[in-house]
Ligand binder design. Structure first.
Ligand code: NDP
Length: 485
């Protein structure tokens, strides 16, 4: 399927597809081959300003005056178009991100439902009347949109993260500017083609491409941008928080993680092994909620590790275009170097890195790293504390429940946690004690568009998805009227 455009991809600003103001383009690669896949126009600061103005004008003139039913109709139409083009968009993600095609197709399955979900719930989001003390006073609330929202995405799940930010923002009545990662902009460009066809007025959705340090920074600091929703690394998130502080903008941050998978000795071991192996290989471990610290009760450690190693030996690492591939490459040369450097750090710290599977055939030219366990890790090692964002897991033993809880919380992050035990009381005690935004018991963490998602501690601020995403995208006004006049 020929899914990549041969001409450089343009910016979407208002009703125009335009080149960047200075005519500069940048390359985007296929990480499985390290070859150039396409060129993309780079926005200037003036282009960013133009996109914000287009979004502001669209908000003032049209979008803020639409009702939920009108916005819902357009989102449902977008969902239909997405379903029509889902396979094409999945192939783009496979070529640009390096995800195995089976995974790309699977991860995009829920996108039309996500768009339809937000189209469906928005009419039910209402203000309320409040019975205040004075009989003559009518007191009520209005839930209002915020205006122009900047949505900034990382490279690991470009489409899923875009749709899950975009759908509630538009449903709630905001206009948006999308800033995909410079590394993986192509699926967002395919989505951008659908807005006009779906019937969205020009300027409601705009797309600018280019480096975070210039394009992203200009976008988040623009005075007409009221809200920033950012997914990415914790360092970048903290920077955005600082850059937006003087304007007191609304900011939602979905940041990094170092999530624990805790295996007690009464666990369903095969299920726990499947979740651990899945987290290691899915999207080559480049998943914010991936469990990268395996905490295993010492009485079951050897049995668990034996089964996990057998499973990992069978992993097929290779071309993401091959439906038989389990794991593709990392997204970039930079990411590959980073992961390999962490494996060296772990070894110097006294852990024992072991790699599994084999990279098959010609695929070896790309940015591949085999699935790696860091055996004999200690919880305070850098490799067990810092986010590696690759197919690497630290293996750490624990004695009892209280040590398991202590180790689980021994992290600056708090995005997700998984635990396997058949003891219900222990499961509930652990779920209450773990400091993270999501906890999964006897199953893996799988985010869904209809359940709130967000981090504790340095994993973020605010929630996306579910009804909470609508609250993040709106502000509440209190009105009081003295009826005695
Ligand atoms: P980065 O933080 O480097 O970048 C994320 C996005 O922010 C990119 O579009 C980037 O642009 C942009 N950006 C960079 N600097 C600025 C700035 N000063 N102002 C505005 N925008 C800026 O993350 P990665 O792309 O490397 O993604 C990996 C990270 O994302 C991991 O740490 C991972 O944990 C996290 N993540 C978190 C998730 C969650 O839901 N909690 C989900 C998925 C990933 P560009 O790259 O084009 O320069």
């Amino acid at each position: 399927m020929n899914v990549i455009e041969s001409q450089p991809y343009k910016l979407l600003i208002g009703e125009c597809w335009r080149e960047g103001g200075e005519g500069r383009t940048f390359d985007t690669l296929n990480p499985a081959t390290a070859q150039v896949l396409a060129q993309v126009h780079e926005a200037t600061e003036e282009d960013v300003d133009a996109a914000v103005l287009a979004a502001h004008e669209a908000y003032q003139k049209h979008w803020s005056k639409t009702n939920p039913a009108q916005r819902g109709r357009l989102l449902r139409r977008l969902a239909e178009l997405f379903e029509r083009d889902r396979e094409k968009i999945a192939w783009i993600e496979t070529l640009n991100v390096g995800k195995p095609i089976t995974h790309s197709l699977e991860s995009l399955k829920a996108m039309p439902s996500s768009l339809a979900y937000f189209a469906g719930i928005i009419p039910a989001v209402r203000g309320e009347t409040i019975p205040v003390a004075s009989h003559d006073v009518l007191n009520y609330t209005l839930r209002e949109p915020l205006g122009v929202c900047a949505l900034i995405m990382p490279w690991n799940y470009p489409m899923t993260l875009t749709v899950n930010k975009l759908a509630p923002a538009l449903a709630a009545g905001n206009t948006v500017i999308l800033k995909p990662s410079e590394v993986t902009p192509l699926s967002t460009m395919a989505l951008a083609r659908l807005f006009e066809e779906a019937g969205f007025p020009p300027g409601v959705v705009n797309v600018v491409n280019g480096p975070g340090a210039t394009v992203g920074e200009r976008l988040v600091t623009h005075p007409l941008v009221s809200r920033v929703s950012f997914t990415g690394g914790t360092v970048t998130g903290a920077r955005i928080l600082a850059s937006t502080a003087s304007d007191v903008k609304r900011v939602t941050l979905e940041l990094g993680g170092k999530s624990p998978l805790i295996v007690f000795d009464d666990a369903a071991l095969d299920k726990a092994v499947a979740v651990a192996a899945g987290d290691l290989i899915k999207n080559s471990g480049q998943v914010c909620i991936a469990c990268t610290r395996l905490l295993v009760q010492e009485t079951v450690r050897d049995e668990f590790l034996g089964r996990l190693q057998t499973r990992l030996e069978a992993v097929r690492v290779g071309s993401p275009e091959d439906p038989a591939t389990d794991m593709g490459p990392l997204v970039s040369a930079t990411q590959k170097q980073r992961v390999e450097e962490y494996i060296r750090i772990a070894e110097n710290e006294g852990a024992r890195p072991v790699q599994y599977g084999a990279v098959e055939g010609a695929a070896a030219a790309g940015f591949f790293v085999r699935p790696t366990l860091l055996l004999d890790s200690a919880a305070d090692m850098r490799s067990a504390q810092e986010e590696i964002f690759g197919p690497v897991q630290s293996v750490i033993s624990f004695r009892d429940e209280s040590q398991a809880l202590h180790l689980a919380n021994q992290s600056r992050y708090g995005l997700a946690a998984v635990l396997f035990t058949r003891d219900g009381g222990r499961a509930l005690r652990m779920a209450r004690g773990i400091q993270s935004g999501s906890v999964a018991i006897n199953t893996g963490v799988r985010t869904s568009f209809d359940a709130p998602f967000g981090g504790y501690k340095q994993s973020g601020i605010g929630k996306e998805r579910g009804l909470e995403a609508i609250y993040e995208n709106t502000q509440l006004k209190n009105v009081k009227y003295d009826m005695s006049e």
